[in-house]
Every structure is written in structure tokens, then in C-alpha cells.
Design a protein around this ligand. Structure first.
Ligand code: ADP
Ligand code: ADP
Length: 238
């Protein structure tokens, strides 16, 4: 479904590539955890998947289409199909839980009605359904900065869900949460992944979490693919 072919990324001015000649493919149903030390290229890798980071060499394909050759409309569709979850949640402060979730539905451009709180009742229903799915038990009208870290990440997951994604991308989504909350968030991601038959590709620092939840582990070292295989075969020497 997603293919990397000899992908390299070199940032302007950098001597070494952040991602070096990576070839890998992902199929529907895979729950992939990407491991590696800080600076190994994990975040660059994740951002190449939906084109947030352009590649310097090689290509990334979705089905049979090369990302860099897609039309604007096709690129937007790839973004829509990708639910992204970040370490710092990337929620919009001063907006409520429900408004934040609806930015997933409208995209970031066309959210004027949302900003004014004028969304249709069918949109609101969708947001409430997503709130249910992520088991968030807070008032939908509550402002997001009042929430705990775990609750914020649940809002971010709900925002991804209303996009009706085919792919979940996580850039260290549990790195700022305590271990118990991190485990519960991973549990939720995995459960949602299975229910919706997604491809999930998630960066994580914690090898134990990766071993517990992943169906496949990828490890990067100095931008190179260092391990790609079953979690039980991964031994912790990165
Ligand atoms: P990780 O997510 O594993 O910590 P990153 O993909 O963030 O790794 O970074 C890989 C390498 O690329 C690092 O050496 C980092 O300093 C560098 N890098 C990351 N983003 C940029 C950027 N926007 N400009 C220049 N260098 C960057
Ligand atoms: P935090 O610990 O930061 O509050 P969590 O993600 O653990 O974040 O919790 C967020 C929400 O998920 C809570 O509002 C609660 O409703 C729900 N929740 C947390 N843990 C459980 C659990 N074990 N069973 C059911 N619901 C839970």
C-alpha cells in the first residue's frame, strides 16, 4: 500500500543525510513501531510518508502513485487519508474539544464556521461519536488547555478519526505522557487500528511499548534502516 524506494533526505546544509537509502513497504493491517535514538531519522521518516517532508532521492508511493508526482487534489486526498498524532498533540488552544476534533473534518483551511462555533448538527454528531470511540469522558465544550496529557492525546486521536483515515502516523505520540497513560493511549491506538483495519506507523522511544503492541518493528540508526522484522526478533541494541 505504501512503498519507500531508495529514499534519502538531506536537509539543506547538512553533511550527512537524515534518511539514507531506505526501502520498505507497508501493507494494510500492519501496526509498525519505528525505533531509534534521538536524531536517528524517525521523525523525518514519518513525515516522508504523507509528503510533509519532500524526499531528496528515491520515491514514496501510495498504491501505484508516486507522491511527488501527484496533483494537488491527490496530495490533499493523501493528507485526508492520513491521521497524524504528535508528541505535543498540536491542538488549537482556546478552542473546545469538539471544535478541535472538527478541524479534522474541515481541514485546516476551511474551518471558519468551526472557529465561529457554527458547525452543523451532523458534524457535531460525528465529533461526539469520535469522542465516544476514544473513551473521553470530558465535556465536549471544555477548552483543550484544561485537559490532562492523556485526554489531549485522545482529542487528537478523535480529530484523526473524523477524517476517516486509512493510515495512522504517530510522531512520538506518547513521549510526553507518563508510562501508565502511554500504555493506555497505545492500547487505544491498537484497538482503533484493528477495528478500522488501518496501516499504523508510529515512532516510539520505548522498546517495551513497541514489543508489546507492534506487529512489526523498524529501527533506524544514522538514517539507515537497521532492523525490520518481528517484535520478538528485535533485541534491544540500538
Ligand atoms: P528523530 O526523530 O529520530 O529524532 P529526526 O528525523 O528528527 O530524528 O532527525 C534526523 C536528523 O536530521 C538529525 O540529525 C536532525 O538534527 C536533522 N534534522 C531534523 N530536522 C531537520 C531540519 N528541519 N533541518 C535540518 N536538520 C534537521
Ligand atoms: P490521563 O491519565 O492523562 O487523564 P488517560 O488517557 O489515561 O489520560 O485518560 C483519559 C480519559 O480516558 C479519562 O478521561 C477517562 O475517561 C478515560 N480512561 C482512562 N483510563 C481508563 C480506563 N482504565 N478505563 C476506562 N476509561 C479510562
Amino acid at each position: 500500500m505504501i512503498e519507500f524506494k531508495n529514499v534519502s533526505v538531506t536537509y539543506p546544509g547538512a553533511r550527512e543525510p537524515a534518511l539514507a537509502n531506505v526501502s520498505v513497504t507497508f501493507q494494510k493491517g500492519e501496526f509498525v513501531c519505528v525505533l531509534g535514538r534521538s536524531g536517528a531519522g524517525k521523525s523525518t521518516f514519518i513525515r516522508c510518508i504523507n509528503g510533509l517532508q519532500p524526499v531528496t532521492e528515491g520515491y514514496v508511493k501510495w498504491e501505484d502513485k508516486v507522491l511527488s508526482e501527484m496533483t494537488h487534489k491527490e496530495t490533499l486526498e493523501v493528507r485526508r487519508k492520513t491521521g497524524m498524532i504528535f508528541q505535543h498533540f498540536n491542538l488549537i488552544p482556546r478552542m473546545s474539544v469538539v471544535q478541535n476534533i472538527l478541524t479534522g473534518l474541515f481541514g485546516y483551511k476551511k474551518s471558519y464556521e468551526n472557529l465561529l462555533g457554527l458547525f452543523k448538527s451532523s458534524d457535531r454528531l460525528q465529533a461526539l461519536e469520535a469522542i465516544n470511540q476514544v473513551e473521553l469522558t470530558v465535556e465536549p465544550t471544555r477548552r483543550v488547555e484544561k485537559l490532562s496529557g492523556g485526554q489531549k492525546q485522545r482529542v487528537a486521536i478523535a480529530r484523526a478519526l473524523v477524517q476517516n483515515p486509512k493510515v495512522f502516523l504517530g510522531d512520538e505520540p506518547v513521549a510526553s505522557l507518563d508510562p501508565g497513560t502511554a500504555d493506555r493511549i497505545f492500547h487505544l491506538l491498537k484497538e482503533t487500528h484493528v477495528k478500522r483495519n488501518l496501516v499504523s506507523i508510529i515512532n516510539v522511544h520505548d522498546v517495551c511499548l513497541a514489543k508489546k503492541f507492534a506487529t512489526r518493528i523498524i529501527a533506524l540508526k544514522d538514517g539507515k534502516l537497521f532492523f525490520d522484522g518481528a517484535p520478538e526478533e528485535f533485541d534491544d541494541k540500538i
